[in-house]
Ligand binder design. Structure first.
Ligand SMILES: Nc1nc(=O)c2c([nH]1)NC[C@@H]1CN(c3ccc(C(=O)N[C@@H](CCC(=O)O)C(=O)O)cc3)C=[N+]21
Length: 284
């Protein structure tokens, strides 16, 4: 079997053109959706992601601002800024780019953001709402993954979804969303012995391990749906996922590439959350 490729960049473009119209509509009601991105330090990868967010916001008519702070910014200073942004009625979405420098406790920053402006969906209140299946801001990568599956009408109900990786921003929440869709969910991680026993039984395999080309066709059941969340930059500068694409696509039914897969969808869901935040806050 040769898999159908789910191109995240193309799907993102379709969704962005729909969102552009929605932004035009809300702008007519006097709401100008605004996203503030806070970047602490000068990690080149973070800078490039943040610029991607700014560019995508512009494409759909969302106003955005990047606040760049030096690495030596203290936790207290950052908390003060967040508090100011929480109170600013013109700011609808607040995103603090992760990872933060080591001297800043990420969790205190995440918990300081007003849940109504938490377009990343990382605040414990929003995670709790997601777990209980309530309307909320879904974390962007998991939300993007579910949107990719739905775009191809891939059935989740009753299917065995296996997730490799248990991070708070990808693995754990994507499992919850799949469970909400009535999939049977198995979490695997770096301490799981004999990974193949699990992956071989996966109808849907979500790979978020951060190791280039770790999963090849040998790990897959025939016809599996393979979602590659990895972004690994090789020594020669090329970007590759956690899945050996050339090998896996010969056994999968659907597969997402890297680049042009989950990454562009992550940014697109952030825009969707920002519009939702703007509409939600306007009612307050
Ligand atoms: N608070 C916070 N929220 C995030 O959502 C967040 C974060 N911190 N920290 C880092 C990760 C990573 N992330 C990506 C988004 C888009 C691409 C993306 O668009 N990638 C392109 C390639 C981009 C390139 O060429 O470098 C692609 O896969 O086609 C990748 C990675 C968001 N993150």
């Amino acid at each position: 079997m040769t898999a159908e490729i789910i191109n995240g960049k193309e799907l993102a473009a379709e969704l962005k053109s729909e969102m552009k119209e929605e932004v035009e509509r809300v702008r007519k009601q006097g709401i100008v959706p605004h996203l503030t991105v806070v970047l602490v330090g000068d990690d080149p990868a973070s800078k490039s992601y943040v610029n991607g967010k700014k560019k995508a916001s512009k494409e759909v008519g969302i106003s955005s601002q990047i606040i760049e702070l030096p690495t030596f910014t203290t936790e207290k200073e950052l908390l003060k800024l967040i508090n100011k942004l929480n109170l600013d009625r013109d700011v609808h979405g607040i995103l603090v780019q992760l990872p933060l420098p080591e001297h800043i406790k990420e969790q205190s920053i995440i918990e300081a953001i007003d849940p109504a402006k938490d377009v990343d969906g990382f605040h414990p209140v929003n995670i709790g709402r997601m777990m209980t299946g309530k309307d909320t801001f879904l974390s962007c990568t998991p939300y993007g993954i579910i949107t990719m599956l739905k775009s191809r009408n891939i059935q989740m109900e009753g299917k065995h979804a296996v997730i490799i990786g248990r991070s708070n921003i990808v693995g754990k929440p994507v499992g919850q969303l799949l469970l909400n869709e009535n999939a049977t969910v198995t979490y695997c991680h770096s301490k799981t012995p004999d990974l193949k026993t699990y992956t071989k039984n996966a109808d849907i395999l979500i790979v978020a391990v951060g190791k280039a080309n770790k999963i090849d066709a040998d790990y897959l059941q025939d016809g599996a749906v393979v979602i590659d969340v990895g972004i690994n930059r090789l020594a020669d500068g090329t970007l590759t996922g956690d899945v050996d694409f050339a090998s896996a696509k010969e056994r999968a039914s659907y597969i997402t590439p890297v680049p042009k897969g989950v990454g562009p969808m992550t940014i697109t869901m952030l825009l969707k959350n920002t519009i939702k935040a703007a509409i939600g806050l306007a009612d307050k």
